[in-house]
Write a protein that binds this ligand. Structure first.
Ligand code: BDR
Ligand code: CA
Length: 310
């Protein structure tokens, strides 16, 4: 079993990422940590708990983490436009009943990694605040991190929050810079692939027609998500960005990567939070990141449908 901690800000695609990991036969979720991003921390934490309880995973613990980026105010504009006022608009999922753990997510991450005999995979599907703070506070945990798979960035395609930047990196660019330059084995699942691995209307209908409780609920989440994509971005297809980070653990042939040097500019408003890759290898800097180049959309759609009905 691959042991993972999922650090997330649910969010529709985060919620589906949680379900995909929970339902996978080859992934063991050690714990879930939450961060402010798609919505305020209260909502993202509640949403993580809500989706896990709804799907019968009460035993997976949820820890609330940082309620704002390291050095900036929380960017409040688009999260609500895309994910709804509480971060998980659409189906009426019952309120969670399992309590949130009391320990802060950053302390939980540090203690769990330090005390683990095995190296743990971190899947990061929100702003990288919790991971960056944990790495700053306890650099020794690097030895226990098998790899970090993070949804973020846009290397070749445009960003989705500014022309240059993707949401998760833009919200906390200082944190992203720390994580990307941490020396950990890093996989960047960016908009370059997630915007190509979309669910189309037919795919959502196929998922709904499976008829079980989770497939039907996820189809309703995607209805909402597709609708907000039409309103905000002008296209009706649904990227499930965050679930791709889990998908590559289930089937590594899903996404092709290339290792290169990446950094995050912090000072120019036009490029703030961009993930700039040294594709032509002109800097002489050592590659620090596997960047996603190509994705198999059909395989991803099939994987989501098969897992949701499990
Ligand atoms: C990322 O931003 C959020 O809206 C999604 O949950 C995803 O993690 C895509 O840019
Ligand atoms: Ca997310």
């Amino acid at each position: 079993m691959k042991k993972v901690i999922i650090d997330c800000d649910p969010g529709h695609d985060d919620a589906i990422a949680l379900l995909l990991a929970a339902k996978s036969d080859t992934i063991e979720i050690i714990g879930v940590t939450t961060v402010a991003g798609n919505s305020e921390l209260y909502n993202t934490t509640r949403n993580a708990r809500k989706i896990l309880d709804y799907a019968g995973y009460e035993a997976i613990d949820v820890y609330a983490g940082c309620d704002r980026p390291m050095m900036r105010d929380l960017f409040r504009l688009t999260g609500a436009i895309i994910h709804g006022a509480d971060g998980l608009g659409g189906p009426n999922i019952p309120a969670p009943t399992t309590p949130i753990k009391e320990e802060h997510a950053v302390d939980y991450l540090i203690q769990t990694l330090r005390n683990s005999d095995d190296r743990i995979i971190l899947i990061v599907t929100g702003p990288m605040t919790n991971i960056a703070v944990a790495l700053q506070k306890a650099p020794d945990i690097k030895d226990k991190i098998d790899r970090i798979i993070m949804m973020g960035g846009a290397v070749i395609e445009p960003g989705n929050i500014t022309s240059a930047a993707e949401f998760n990196v833009f919200v906390d660019p200082e944190a992203a810079k720390i994580v990307i330059n941490s020396g950990c084995e890093l996989y960047l699942v960016s908009l370059d692939v997630s915007m190509k691995a979309v669910f189309k209307e037919d795919d959502i209908e196929k998922l709904r027609s499976q008829g079980d409780k989770i497939s039907t609920t996820v189809a309703s989440l995607l209805d909402f998500f597709a609708e907000t994509h039409v309103k905000h971005f002008g296209f009706k297809a649904c990227p499930i960005h965050d679930a791709l980070c889990v998908g590559i653990l289930i089937d590594e042939s899903l996404v092709e990567f290339r290792k290169t040097y990446v950094d995050v500019p912090l000072h120019d408003p036009l490029t703030l939070g961009e993930t700039v890759a040294d594709l032509w290898e002109i800097t002489g800097n050592m590659p620090n990141c596997h960047i996603a180049m190509k994705v198999n959309r059909e395989k991803f759609v099939r994987m989501i449908c098969e897992h949701m009905k499990k």
